[in-house]
Design a protein around this ligand. Structure first.
Ligand code: CU
Length: 117
């Protein structure tokens, strides 16, 4: 057991580096929960030029949608359905998203994807 001790510190360092790398990758992931006719997050910030993973969770008992015209994303979510979207925004900017179910956008189902350089 004593012989193993010199290896523990480098192993810990490697582990910390791996965890840090995972943390960085997770920064371009977001979960938007839809509940009571609203997006749980009205602003989502991601980095340009990197794959974005957007998880949409519909907690309402009826259909919603997630629409982002700039990226030609138009997804329908049935009651209590979860959808995962993956796309890579190339240009920094502010891109609006909304729910295209009739009347929902007017009711406030809108938000903004902020793409940082
Ligand atoms: Cu909706």
């Amino acid at each position: 057991m004593k012989k193993l001790r010199p290896f523990i510190f480098p192993l810990l360092l490697i582990l910390i580096c791996l965890l840090a790398a995972c943390g960085r990758a997770a920064a371009n992931e977001a979960t938007i929960t839809i509940k009571e006719m609203a997006f749980g997050q009205s602003e989502v910030t991601v980095k340009a030029g990197q794959l974005v993973t957007l998880r949409l969770v519909n907690r309402d008992g009826y259909t919603h949608a997630f629409d982002m015209d700039a990226f030609e994303i138009h997804t329908s979510l049935a009651a209590n359905e979860t959808a995962v979207l993956r796309f890579t925004p190339e240009k920094p900017g502010r891109y609006p998203f909304y729910c295209s179910s009739p009347g929902h956008e007017m009711a406030g189902m809108v938000g903004t994807l902020i793409v940082e350089p």
